[in-house]
Write a protein that binds this ligand. Structure first.
Ligand code: PHE
Length: 346
């Protein structure tokens, strides 16, 4: 009996020692070492187990139970300490890698539409509000559509104003958006009324401070019974006021285009001085913004309409020209130089 009590004390001592060692362990690897030290083949508890031989046979089962209980207790300590260490580690990492969702983000540079396209959209919005449809035509066009159907036959001197890039044979990069007039009429005829604008790229062999080999135009076409020059004036007058402000006025000067008769150059009162005269307008008070006129009867016929029955007006404006006036830019080439210091101002 005393032998058993002695062994029991020894077991308790080992268990107590294990407990303080486990409590003191700071890392999982240390716990693994402690497991070997107490429960391993050469461990402290395993050594005690061998003392069973000192006991009489009837006491051995009881000792066996004691050893098992001590072994289970040490296992439990190891497991719970391991769990506590893992919990601490998780808490530590959460603290260290804490994500503050209220922290202001890093700003990303934000782009915007190119000034030419901002003006494109502004022009579109004004005409759409007046009931115009927005049409498109190809940038590579037939000579027929770009010139012939617009009353500009092969040897016509008006071709000189629009030096062209020919792609092959009868195909060229369109020099104006006016061919869309023909395409649109042919697609719609005999529908009435026709109210369309056609914005897009055009190409001419020009390159200086006010001319670029590629630029943008917006074509306008209205066809119906009884359309008059007064309708054209009213329409462009409203456009000018919407585009340049309520004080803007327009002026029509006689001009010539083969596909309109009569034809006019349309000026808007100077956006800088308001019409009193300054450097921008060359002290005239006026700035030229577009070409326009009543659609030539032959062009109506080429579109499929009977010029005895319907009349129409057309206009064509350069988008860059409008943008230069709107933003006070004096060199067209700035729009195509891709210099962010310029572009970021819009
Ligand atoms: N297409 C002409 C140009 O590019 C402008 C224009 C369009 C004039 C429609 C009259 C009518 O110069």
């Amino acid at each position: 009996m005393t032998e058993l009590r002695e062994l029991e004390r020894a077991l308790s001592a080992v268990e107590a020692e294990a407990r303080s060692a486990v409590e003191a362990a700071a890392r999982p690897e240390e716990l693994e070492a402690l497991r070997l030290r107490y429960l391993g083949k050469k461990g402290r508890l395993t050594a005690l187990k061998r003392e069973v031989g000192r006991l009489p046979a009837e006491l051995r089962p009881e000792f066996g139970r004691m050893v098992n209980r001590a072994s289970a207790a040490i296992e439990a300590m190891l497991a719970s300490r391991l769990e506590a260490l893992a919990r601490d580690e998780t808490a530590r990492r959460l603290e260290a890698e804490r994500l503050d969702v209220t922290f202001p983000g890093r700003p990303w540079p934000r782009g915007h539409l190119h000034p030419v396209y901002q003006v494109w959209e502004a022009i579109e919005a004004i005409f759409v509000a007046m009931g115009f449809d927005v049409a498109e035509g190809p940038q590579v066009e037939w000579d027929d559509y770009n010139f012939v159907a617009l009353n500009i036959p092969k040897d016509h001197p008006a071709r000189d104003m629009q030096q062209s890039f020919y792609v092959a044979g009868e195909m060229l990069l369109r020099t104006q958006t006016s061919p869309v007039q023909i395409r649109y009429m042919r697609a719609r005829c005999p529908e009435l009324p026709i109210r369309m604008i056609a914005p897009g790229r055009v190409f001419r062999r020009d390159d200086d401070a006010t001319h670029s080999p590629m630029f943008h135009q917006v074509e306008g076409l209205v066809v119906d019974r009884g359309i008059s020059l007064g309708d054209l004036k009213g329409c462009l007058d409203l456009f000018a006021r919407e585009m340049f402000g309520a004080a803007a006025r327009t002026r029509f000067r006689p001009s010539y285009f083969p596909f309109t008769e009569p034809s006019a150059e349309v000026d808007v009162s100077c956006t800088v001085c308001g019409g009193t005269g300054c450097r921008t307008c060359g002290y005239s008070g006026w700035l030229e913004i577009l070409g326009a006129g009543m659609v030539h009867p032959q062009v109506l016929a080429n579109g499929g309409y009977d010029p005895e029955e319907v009349t129409g007006f057309a206009f064509g404006m350069g988008i860059e020209r409008i943008a230069m006036l709107r933003y006070g830019v004096d060199d067209l080439r700035l729009f195509f130089g891709n210099d962010l210091r310029f572009l970021e101002q819009f």
